[in-house]
Design a binder for this molecule. Structure first.
Ligand code: ADE
Length: 244
C-alpha cells in the first residue's frame, strides 16, 4: 500500500514512522509512506499556506491553491481515497479501517488552524474523519492514528493474524482481559480457567468477558454486536440488576 501524507509539519511523522510495527511494515515493503509539505506548493515568496477567513472570525484557514496543486501533482489513479482529518466529520471506526485497508493507495490531508478552505473538502476529498469528540492542534495526530489502524490490518504486518481477528471492535465487542506469567503476582491470581488447559471453556470465558467489558465500557457498541440468545439474556439480567 502507498500512503501519501500532505501536511504543514512533515517532521511530526519522523519518529512514529520509524518505530515499531510501522517501521517494520515499510522495511518489508508492505507499505510505503511519502510525506508532502503543503508549504512547498505555495507559490509566493513567503510560502504562505494560510489566510484570514472570509467573513471575519479568529484563526487562519488553509488556502486552496497549494493543496490543489500538490494533489494534482500526485496524478492519483481514479478512485484513490483522499482522506481529510477534521473534527467536523464522522467518527473513524474499525469498519472504516477495514475498508480502507483494502485500497492500494491512500492520501491523507492534515487539516490545521481553523480548518481548510471548504472547496478542498468538496472538490478533492473523498472521505473526512474525526478521531474523537475533542479538538487537536492539527490533523497530524489524527492521520497517524488512522494510518496505524489501517496498516496493521494489511496481511503480514502484524505477526499473529489471529490477534487482528480477535481484537477489540472486530465484532463490535471489546477484547477480553489478558494475563501472562506469573500465575500469582503478589496477592493477585490469574483466573483459574485460564490455567485449566480446557480450550472450549477458555473460549467461553473469553467471550463472556468480551460481552461484559462491552456492557461496562462501551454499551453503545452492543446494538451492533451479534449476540447469542444466552448473551442477550445475561445482559438483560445485568440491566435489571442495575436498574433501581
Ligand atoms: N483535527 C483537530 N481535531 C481533530 C479530530 N478530533 N479528529 C480529526 N482531526 C482533527
Amino acid at each position: 500500500m502507498q500512503i501519501d501524507i500532505c501536511t504543514l509539519f512533515p517532521d511530526f511523522f519522523s519518529g512514529p514512522l520509524q518505530s515499531s510495527i510501522l517501521k517494520r511494515a515499510q522495511e518489508s515493503e508492505r507499505v510505503q509512506f511519502q510525506l508532502h509539505n503543503i508549504r512547498d506548493w505555495s507559490n509566493d515568496k513567503h510560502h504562505t499556506a494560510d489566510d484570514r477567513p472570509f467573513g471575519g472570525g479568529p484563526g487562519m484557514v488553509l488556502k486552496p491553491e497549494p493543496i490543489f496543486e500538490m494533489l494534482e501533482s500526485l496524478a492519483l489513479p481514479a478512485g484513490t481515497p483522499v482522506i481529510l482529518t477534521s473534527p467536523r466529520a464522522p467518527l473513524f471506526g474499525q469498519r472504516d479501517a477495514e475498508i480502507l485497508a483494502q485500497a492500494p493507495h491512500l492520501v491523507f490531508l492534515c487539516g490545521h488552524y481553523e480548518g481548510i478552505d471548504e472547496r478542498v473538502c468538496e472538490q478533492l476529498c473523498t472521505h473526512a474523519y474525526s478521531i474523537g469528540s475533542y479538538v487537536l492542534t492539527g490533523g497530524e495526530p489524527a492521520t497517524l492514528v488512522m494510518a496505524d489502524a489501517i496498516v496493521r490490518l494489511i496481511p503480514g504486518v502484524v505477526g499473529c493474524a489471529d490477534s487482528v481477528v480477535q481484537d477489540s471492535f472486530s465484532e463490535n465487542l471489546l477484547d477480553c482481559p489478558h494475563y501472562t506469567r506469573p500465575a500469582k503476582f503478589r496477592d493477585w491470581e490469574v483466573p483459574e480457567i485460564l490455567l485449566s488447559g480446557n480450550h472450549a471453556e477458555i473460549a467461553k470465558w473469553r467471550r463472556k468477558e468480551q460481552v461484559l467489558a462491552t456492557y461496562k465500557y462501551r454499551p453503545d457498541l452492543l446494538a451492533q454486536a451479534m449476540l447469542t440468545p444466552a448473551e442477550t439474556a445475561l445482559l438483560q439480567a445485568l440491566k435489571e440488576e442495575n436498574t433501581p
